[in-house]
Design a protein. Sequence first.
Lengths: 485, 116
Amino acid sequence: MIAASAQSIARRVAARQDSAGAVVAAAIERARAVQSRTNAFTEILPEHALARAHALDAALDAGAAPGPLCGVPVVIKDNICTTAGHTTCASRILAGYRSPFDATAVARLAAAGAVVIAKANMDEFGMGSSTERSAYGPASHPTASGRVPGGSSGGSAIAVASGVVPIALGSDTGGSIRQPAAFCGVVGLKPTYGRVSRLGLVAYASSLDQIGPIAGSVADAALALRVIAGHDPADATSLPDAAADMSQPLGRAPASLRVGVVGPEATEGLHPGVRAALDRAAGALRDAGAHLVPVQMPHAEHAIAAYYLIATAEASSNLARFDGVRFGRRAALGPLDGIDELYTRSRSEGFGPEVTRRVLLGTFALSSGYADQYYGRALRARRLIKGDYDAAFAHGCHALLTPVTPGPAFMIGEKTSDPLSMYLQDAFTVGVNLAGLPALSLPMGTTPDRGQELPVGVQLVGPPMGEPALLAIAALVENAGTSHA
Amino acid sequence: MAQQSDQSTPLQLTPELVRRVARLARLSVPEAELPGVAEDLARVLHYADRLAALDLASVAPLATPLERPITLRGDAPGPVMSPDLVLAIAPACFEGFISVPPVLVGGGEGDGGGGA
């Protein structure tokens, strides 16, 4: 069940056909019901949200101009800073932490009239693909009992798929928006690196992280991106023209549309339901007049290896800030303990096992004697992987059509004992982050799997700053999952 | 790190090596968990060794996907957080300062603050 669209909510609130207060109160009620089934939220914020909604209603009644998300309830992943409630990254080390500022993306949503109603559960610091690695406990798939919702932005995807809100913010370092969107049957958009400010996104891997929307429709994802995109002088990696081509909610698909598809060798071992979803999407694109062209991605098979070395290396550096001194959890010490014990005990007690594993892996990959062999080699491979995408787009492709995941949502606990098997789930998504590209996960119907009917998605990847065309192409085939099923 | 890797042989990720990496990361791994952690890391690193099959001799590293140089904002003072705000999120404070235990163990006379 998807909530009413953000566009229709904003239109009705602006026209005073609905009050923001009533819309937000209903969303909070749904959030509470969904929380009891799925553990999608780290915190629901009724007092903040209702106060904000009533203030919006009062402003509108007094003649204030409505923003494009006027009265729209939204959910924010818990690694994105909000002054409302806590920001914990689903980690014990940030238990109780309150951010003194709003992330730029959150401030932009608020300026557009959106109302934050909850923080979303996630894998700790974004390190996971299932939302099982959370200090708040695992989250559950919104419709399939015993399955994961995907991750790390699992709570955000559940919130949209369960009809709590039409738009939620997630973050995507290696697929953390697109994969849970695919598992839960909603739209997930990872923007071009630099399109959305990272100020206030707690850093996991700074050269890969990007905030983006999860939404119930392509149009709502476009609307959310239009609001949150834009240059931010406080983020040195924010592109100067980050908002330049985002003025229209949805552009028109390019004429003589060319969509690249990878050869069958790249999709060996796919779940049959994912393969069928790709076929449905390809058929719908053809029906819409697109020319499908084969593309070669000869280095794609190295993406996981490069990604997990680079991401963990950056994480080992970024997470050094969690030392028990300035913020977050501080371990109890004995009278003879010094600063080193403070660091080590605070971190060891505060980080969960997967974060610990990745920090160790990254520290090793950067350590003297191994850095060239691991981190340096991964950075060189990254250039080759990006080169594959560059070549595909240089040959005239407007977008690439690929799987999001090898299969649909897996069972809770199915992959937690084998880190490598969990990492391999990200094979189709991490290359996009290494190359800094925009990519969108689009629902494409459902598939049976071990007695349950599960959503599947497909991925559309665009060239840098290619979101307008990407969204327009996605809108062309948005209904293919149901109409061709 | 003193121990060098030999690229022609698979990495032997011993519990001792994991202990040394953990020390670098300021993490403590319980002794009983060291072999399991070493095995997990070794599996991932073994998988990553497939990058050795690539000819990377003439390929420059790519540390960021940004194709343009980053632009720094003007070097002008902006709003700063108030001391009260900073102290409110600190785990332990003493008379307007964030407190920490002695940096030189056995040397200083700091208030500690470790029990906060």
